[in-house]
Design a protein around this ligand. Structure first.
Ligand SMILES: [Fe+2]
Length: 380
C-alpha cells in the first residue's frame, strides 16, 4: 500500500496507524430511505431541531423520488421517498423499514476516491459522475459497504448552490429552533455473526482506516445479551465507524434483534455531538424524544468511578445522562430508544470533555436498559 506524506494534508493526525490516501475531509450527509419523507422531515425539524435546507421532487423535475435536505451545524440529513411503485427505494424500505442508505463522505476528488477504493476491492455503487448547474459542479461516486448500505464520495470544489445540482432551496415557514447538535461523532454499523473482522478489514484495506479500540464479550455482555465491537477510524479521526457483531449470550443479542428486524447489516446508530448535553437533552425531551433510562443506583457511585466532572450531577441524573472516563478526559452520553417502528436505528447524543473513547464503562448499565426494552418487545 502506498504511503502518503501526511503533512501535506494539513489535517491533524489522530490515528497514526491509518493511511489517509483518499483523504476523507468529513461526513458530507446521511441519506435515509423512508416511507414518507415529508413527515420524516417534520419529525427531524420538530423533535431534533434540524433546519430546512433543500428539496428535490416533482417541482424540480424529479419524477421518481422526493428528497428533503435538513441541516444543523455540520450535520446534514437527506430524507428520500419513492414517488412511484416498485423501485429501488421501495425495495429498500420493504426489506429494512426506514433506514440509512448512504453515508456520504466529503473528499477533494471523488474520481480518485472511487479508483483508490475499487482497486483495493470495494464494489462500485456508481462510477464518478458530474452534476452541474448555474452554481457550479459537484462530482459524485459510490461504493458498497455492509448490507445494502453505501458510501457516496462527494467532491464539492467551489460549488455555491444550496446543496447540490438538482436541488432547490427549501424555505418553509415552519423552522423550529436548533437544539445544539454540532457534528457527527461516529456512525455504528451492525453486521452479522462473525462478520465484524471482515468489515473492519474492509475499512482497513479499502479506505486505509486503522483500528482504534476493541471491546469483546467480556467487556460488554450482561447476563443475557452480548456483542463484539471494534472501532475503525481514518487518519485525521474525523470519520469513526464502530462495527458490532452479535455474540452468544443466554438470550438474544441486541445486535441479532437488529439484524432480524433490519433484515441484515446496517447502520445501528449515529452519535451526534453537542457542546452542552444538558441543554441539548433537555430541549430534545421537551420536544418528545424518548431516551433509555438507567436505574437511579447508577448515580450513587458514578463519581467514584469517573472522578471530578465540571457539571452538577443532579441535572445529569434527572435527564439520565451517562458519564465515562478514559486516559484523556471524560465524556457524557445518552441514547434514544429506537426512533423507528422497527427496533433498529437509534441516536446517541455525546459531549466529549477530552475523552476519545466510546463509553465502555457505561455498557453494562446501558445494555441492561436495552434488555428491559427487548423484554417489553418479546425479543429477548
Ligand atoms: Fe456510539
Amino acid at each position: 500500500m502506498a504511503t502518503v506524506d501526511k503533512s501535506s494534508l494539513k489535517l491533524p493526525i489522530e490515528n497514526p496507524e491509518a493511511q489517509d490516501f483518499l483523504p476523507l475531509l468529513g461526513t458530507d450527509y446521511i441519506e435515509l430511505y423512508v416511507g414518507n419523507a415529508k413527515q420524516s422531515a417534520y419529525y427531524y425539524m420538530a423533535a431534533w431541531g434540524f433546519r430546512p435546507l433543500a428539496y428535490a421532487g416533482l417541482e424540480t423535475g424529479q419524477k421518481d423520488k422526493v428528497s428533503y435536505v435538513l441541516q444543523q451545524d455540520k450535520i446534514r440529513l437527506v430524507l428520500s421517498s419513492p414517488l412511484q411503485s416498485g423501485g429501488e427505494i421501495n425495495k429498500h424500505i420493504d426489506a429494512h423499514g426506514d433506514g440509512v442508505k448512504v453515508v456520504a463522505l466529503w473528499v477533494d476528488n471523488a474520481t480518485k476516491s472511487h479508483k483508490e477504493t475499487t482497486t483495493r476491492g470495494a464494489k462500485s455503487y456508481f462510477e464518478p459522475k458530474t452534476l452541474e448547474d448555474q452554481h457550479g459542479k459537484v462530482v459524485l461516486s459510490g461504493i458498497h459497504t455492509y448490507g445494502e448500505t453505501v458510501h457516496v464520495f462527494v467532491e464539492r470544489g467551489d460549488y455555491k448552490g444550496v446543496f447540490m445540482p438538482g436541488f432547490r432551496k427549501w424555505d418553509p415557514f415552519y423552522k423550529p429552533a436548533e437544539v445544539g447538535l454540532k457534528y457527527i461523532d461516529h456512525i455504528v454499523g451492525n453486521v452479522g455473526w462473525n462478520e465484524m473482522n471482515k468489515w473492519c478489514q474492509f475499512y482497513a484495506k479499502v479506505m486505509g482506516f486503522a483500528q482504534l479500540v476493541s471491546f469483546d464479550d467480556k467487556d460488554i455482555s450482561t447476563e443475557y445479551t452480548a456483542l463484539m465491537s471494534k472501532v475503525m477510524s481514518n487518519g485525521n479521526g474525523r470519520i469513526k465507524f464502530p462495527i458490532n457483531e452479535p455474540a452468544e449470550g443466554r438470550k438474544k443479542s441486541q445486535i441479532e434483534e437488529y439484524i432480524d428486524f433490519y433484515n441484515g447489516a446496517g447502520v445501528q446508530h449515529m452519535a451526534l455531538a453537542t457542546d452542552n448535553i444538558i441543554e441539548t437533552v433537555t430541549a430534545l425531551k421537551n420536544r418528545g424524544v424518548e431516551f433509555l433510562t438507567v436505574p437511579a443506583s447508577y448515580y450513587e457511585d458514578v463519581l467514584d468511578r469517573v472522578g471530578q466532572i465540571d457539571e452538577d450531577l443532579e441535572p445529569l441524573r434527572e435527564l439520565g445522562i451517562l458519564i465515562d472516563r478514559d486516559d484523556e478526559g471524560y465524556l457524557l452520553q445518552i441514547f434514544t430508544k429506537p426512533i423507528l417502528d422497527r427496533p433498529t436505528m437509534f441516536i446517541e447524543i455525546i459531549q466529549r470533555k477530552g475523552a476519545k473513547s466510546f463509553g465502555k464503562g457505561n455498557f453494562k448499565a446501558l445494555f441492561e436498559a436495552i434488555e428491559r426494552e427487548q423484554e417489553a418487545r418479546g425479543t429477548l
